[in-house]
Design a protein around this ligand. Structure first.
Ligand SMILES: Nc1ncnc2c1ncn2[C@@H]1O[C@H](COP(=O)(O)OP(=O)(O)OP(=O)(O)O)[C@@H](O)[C@H]1O
Ligand SMILES: [Mg+2]
Length: 406
């Protein structure tokens, strides 16, 4: 019999691993939130069971035969607490499901159980190539408030762009910069925040922790660690390239998309961008390859998930691209496409560089920005100037074309 991870099954597992029932008064909110969302940030104060709850969720997924990725995005690789806790939960459950949960592999990199479920540990030691083959139903990043920008970006292609159906759970205390929350919201993340004083109201033993925290923490420490507030610490957390004074009011309520169609074997790249009064910001991207029909379906699904209106989707029309455009026009006649020659492309590159320089365009995924800054200019025999650029940049340029030519 096959089981899906559900809230009901989660409660059964909680009981089996001896969960403290009094904590359910507030932890049930987190559980309900988890099962109702796909991409989420949980901010909850210190020592309230974030890691514990995550370890039970991991064990539940493994019991259901699913693969979970536990990612460690911090510079310090020592924090493997969640892996250790999840291991403990699985050992506890082995008493009840000995044949399903028998370990076939059990080390610091991976746990694999007899039922096919397991945990993969993703560290920054693994290069991007070696991560490509993984697919999981749940990705958990504990202590994500410590996430360093560079490493988080490195994990993005795996954790956020390509796997649309996968659940992503980021757990942490406060201290996120506002920009991170905003950035994650634009990526489709929902934030859940439960502060320590509210927890103490329904779970009085926590009053003791509150008292200790007041005595030992600074004012800012208390605000971020207990009240889960966004306290600017001056440290460079992720998404520091996005201006923090960004108004949440968008110029246009919906995003733009640009598509660079891959030539045979190459990837097609889709970039999505929002326009704010202080600038335009890349919010997500995806890549795909293979038959145009499948690509069109994947792209349309991605655009719909981000609520991109069809006319704000700009597809580069070149020789081979027409195949994809035709497939997309089968779905709707409103998609926009444009035949773009070398001159207009060069002009778009220059316009995009100017926008980045003047702070009108925030290019968060590091590699897009590096591309724009490190462009190699080429001069042809006939004297025309061009730029060597990647598919990612091409797709960004199509997004830019959307409002430059609008
Ligand atoms: N439902 C529960 N049943 C039993 N013990 C629990 C429960 N929730 C939390 N605990 C216990 O409370 C303590 C703190 O939990 P945990 O480490 O998961 O909190 P945390 O929010 O991750 O803390 P931190 O902010 O320090 O990372 C641990 O000893 C954990 O085992
Ligand atoms: Mg923890």
């Amino acid at each position: 019999m096959e089981h899906r991870p559900t809230l009901g099954l989660f409660r059964v597992i909680l009981a089996l691993v001896g969960s403290n029932r009094r904590r359910w008064k507030y932890q049930r909110l987190v559980a309900a939130f988890f099962f109702a969302h796909t991409k989420m940030i949980v901010k909850m104060s210190r020592q309230t069971g974030k890691t514990f709850l995550a370890s039970v969720l991991v064990a539940l997924y493994v019991l259901c035969g699913e693969t979970v990725i536990i990612a460690f995005p911090t510079l310090k690789q020592g924090k493997r607490l969640l892996l250790g806790e999840s291991h403990k939960r699985l050992v506890q459950l082995q008493r009840f499901f000995p044949s399903l949960l028998r370990f076939k592999v059990d080390n610091q990199e991976q746990i694999l159980c007899a039922n096919g479920g397991g945990v993969i540990v993703l560290t920054t030691h693994k290069d991007a190539k070696s991560r490509e083959g993984y697919s999981a139903s749940l990705i958990v990043i504990d202590e994500s408030h410590r996430a360093h920008k560079d490493i988080f970006d490195e994990l993005f292609p795996v954790t956020f762009a390509q796997e649309h159906d996968v659940k992503v759970l980021l757990l942490g205390i406060g201290g996120y910069r506002n920009s991170l929350i905003h950035a994650m919201r634009r990526r489709g993340f929902t934030v859940f925040s439960l502060d320590g004083e509210r927890i103490a109201q329904v779970f009085p033993p926590y009053l003791h922790s509150l008292k200790e925290a007041r005595e030992s923490l600074t004012e800012d420490g208390y605000r971020s660690q207990i009240m889960c507030e966004d306290v600017l610490s001056g440290e460079k957390y992720i998404f520091d390239t996005i201006p923090t004074d960004l108004s949440i009011e968008k110029i246009r309520p919906c995003p733009y998309a640009g598509i660079d169609v891959g030539w045979s074997g190459d990837e097609t790249v889709v970039t999505i961008m929002h326009a704010y009064p202080k600038g335009k910001i890349i919010i997500d991207y995806m890549t795909c390859r293979g038959a145009f029909k499948d690509q069109a379906n994947q792209i349309i699904e991605f655009l719909r998930a981000h609520h991109v209106p069809e006319p704000y989707t700009m597809i580069e029309k070149n020789g081979i691209g027409i195949g994809l455009i035709e497939r997309m026009l089968d779905h709707s006649e409103n998609y926009n496409f444009m035949d773009i020659d070398k001159n207009s492309k060069r002009w778009l590159v220059e316009e995009a560089r100017r926008m980045v320089r003047d702070g009108e365009l925030a290019v968060t995924p590091e590699f897009y920005r590096d591309e724009l800054q490190g462009l190699v200019m080429t001069t042809k025999d006939d004297g025309t100037i061009g730029y060597e650029h990647s598919d990612y940049l091409s797709s960004l340029l199509m997004t830019v074309a959307n409002f430059v030519y609008a």
